[in-house]
Design a protein around this ligand. Structure first.
Ligand code: GLN
Length: 282
């Protein structure tokens, strides 16, 4: 029987041979997942024999990773903005880049002042819930076309203790929605359809297509959303949209054509302009 340490080393080699990006990290995280340990708990157990009873479970998980299923999908959750989010087949796997929109939203906070936030295409609810976690005076609504995503987002709100301030509903962007919001956020699908097959298999084979497909030039969702914003924004309210690399200027122009002149761009940690902010002309 190999030890836990030997199991991790063996998996690291297999993942590396399969061309997986962070083979040692994935080997550790998946071994810990099967053993129900925190990844840092493996070190003190490295010399213990790998339990025979868990061998089949490990094989199954390894086979999934070798088919390039992302680790976060295998474990069923992903950390985002320091919080744990459950993800599912209908939700995008939250990315660190998307924390840019959370940080941009939090700059709008006026301590002590109530605020209403709307998250369009909420998926796992990660953007709205991360904002609410750091903005105690805010309440929010998250909308997604996929009923299954709405379920996942509600579960996340409950687990994070934010259900009192977050409402999740199934819907087609703002259709049927009433009321106005101080901040509207969205990370809509923005990949040009023709680019999807060349994305890494973790994305093109496992992400829900509806969360990726942005139409021919990637901008369809922004064109659909922009005309809906003026009626849903409070006076002085702000729209914050995540964009793909190279799309910021085009998205700012789409917004400017719908009473939302460009106000600011925000970069992600990789230096890519990732968020376009715009406000109603007053
Ligand atoms: N708002 C969700 C997220 O950022 C889903 C985004 C999407 O499906 N395009 O993870």
């Amino acid at each position: 029987m190999p030890t836990i340490g030997e199991t991790v080393s063996d998996l690291t080699l297999r993942f590396a041979a399969a061309g997986i990006d962070n083979p040692r990290l994935d080997a550790r995280v998946l071994t810990a997942h099967v053993l129900d340990l925190p990844p840092e708990g493996l070190f003190s157990r490295a010399g213990d024999p790998f339990p025979t009873a868990q061998a089949a479970a490990l094989d199954a998980v390894v086979a999934r990773r070798l088919r390039r299923e992302p680790v976060s999908r295998i474990r069923g959750f992903r950390e985002f903005y320091g919080l744990d989010f459950q993800i599912g087949p209908a939700t995008l796997d939250p990315r660190p880049d998307t924390e840019t929109i959370v940080e941009a939203a939090l700059r709008l906070r006026v301590p002590g002042k109530a605020a209403q936030i709307l998250d369009l295409g909420t998926g796992s609810g990660c953007i709205l819930l991360a904002i609410l976690s750091a903005w105690p005076e805010a309440r929010g609504v998250g909308i997604d076309l996929a009923a299954d995503a709405v379920e996942v987002a509600r579960g996340n709100a409950n687990r994070l203790g934010l259900a009192q301030r977050a409402t999740f509903v199934q819907g087609d962007w703002c259709e049927g929605l009433i009321g106005r919001f101080d901040v509207i956020v969205s990370n809509p699908p923005y990949i040009p359809d023709g680019d999807i097959p060349s994305l890494e298999p973790e994305v093109c084979d496992f992400e829900p297509p509806a969360a990726l497909r942005g139409g021919k030039d990637g901008l369809d969702a922004y064109r659909a959303l922009a005309p809906q914003f003026p009626a849903r924004l409070e006076a002085g309210g702000t729209v914050l949209l995540e964009v793909g690399q190279g799309q910021a200027q085009d998205v700012a122009e789409i917004l400017a054509a719908h009473e939302l002149p460009h106000a600011a761009f925000y970069e992600d940690l990789g230096g890519v302009t990732r968020v376009v902010a715009a406000s109603v002309r007053v």
